[in-house]
Design a protein around this ligand. Structure first.
Ligand SMILES: Nc1ncnc2c1ncn2[C@@H]1O[C@H](COP(=O)(O)OP(=O)(O)OP(=O)(O)O)[C@@H](O)[C@H]1O
Length: 256
């Protein structure tokens, strides 16, 4: 791993208009290719952190440096450019339901096309072949002509992973990618995500409720509590005491 972070967040704060202080000064560096998992109880600020990082929410203050560029206050074209290498796997923010699986992967190429070819969906042969290849890598080669809304939840998340690679993402933000999946589908999605992170050198920040999955896959774990980092360390350092501090009780377990 290189020693320059792909993402460097300093003193990020987010206060919502109703006065809720969701982030109270979060600082973290994410290294290229690093698989970081964020845990913490409901309302701790995990989603807000990811949404501020990709500007779905406007941060109240703080600095966000992505690929060496300060993107804290970018807008319009500069924001689109900044997001070019930022993959997102969000619940309900993921696929265009009426398009096929393959077309959804190809959407990852839009940032690299002119607005006309993009609007007309004129993808190069190279992009198409690569998209088919990527779907095969996430075990969905056979499903490529199926409409996205006919896929299972786990399959949809895997399309999101393929699309992020097509997009040449350098960082994937995944907000509870396995929240509504059964244990088998959860493990499949997590292992594909982890595998592409390793193989492509794509850094990931994954918000999870399940502590066991966090321990199984993470290089480092961030524990958020009341909008602040309460734990930052390796999976082995997540002791029962850490869990008790974060959740006030034992963390969720993989129940299969
Ligand atoms: N749009 C909003 N307006 C006001 N408060 C909000 C808004 N979005 C989130 N919050 C509040 O900010 C805090 C952090 O919420 P956030 O969704 O980031 O937590 P989380 O850790 O992702 O929780 P969960 O695991 O349940 O998704 C909570 O108190 C939440 O109620």
């Amino acid at each position: 791993m290189s020693s320059t972070p792909i993402l460097s967040v300093s003193d990020l704060k987010k206060t919502f208009p109703d006065g809720t202080r969701a982030l109270k000064g979060v600082s973290i560096d994410v290294m290229p290719g690093e698989f970081l998992v964020m845990i913490g109880s409901s309302g701790a600020g995990k989603s807000t952190f990811l949404r501020c990082t990709n500007h779905l929410f406007k941060p109240t203050s703080g600095k966000i440096v992505f690929e060496g560029k300060d993107i804290s206050a970018v807008k319009g074209r500069a924001l689109r450019d900044a997001r070019k290498h930022l993959g997102m796997i969000f619940q309900g923010y993921n696929l265009v339901k009426r398009l096929t699986t393959l077309e959804n992967v190809l959407l990852g190429r839009l940032g690299y096309m002119s607005s006309i070819t993009g609007a007309l969906g004129i993808y190069s042969r190279e992009d198409r072949l690569r998209a088919v290849d990527l779907l095969e890598r996430v075990g969905l080669g056979e499903q490529r002509f199926k409409r996205a809304d006919q896929l299972s939840g786990g399959q949809q998340q895997r399309v999101g992973i393929a699309r992020a690679i097509a997009q040449q993402a350098r960082l994937i933000l995944a907000d509870e990618p396995i929240a509504s999946l059964d244990p088998k589908a959860s493990d499949t999605v997590m292992s594909y995500l982890h595998q592409v992170s390793r193989e492509e050198g794509i850094a990931c920040i994954v918000n999870l409720h399940q502590v066991d999955y966090a321990k199984k896959y993470a290089d480092r774990i961030v524990g958020l509590k009341d909008g602040e980092i309460a734990f930052l360390g390796s999976p082995e350092d997540v002791t029962d005491e850490v869990i008790k501090n974060l959740y006030g009780e034992k963390g969720d377990k993989i129940d299969d």
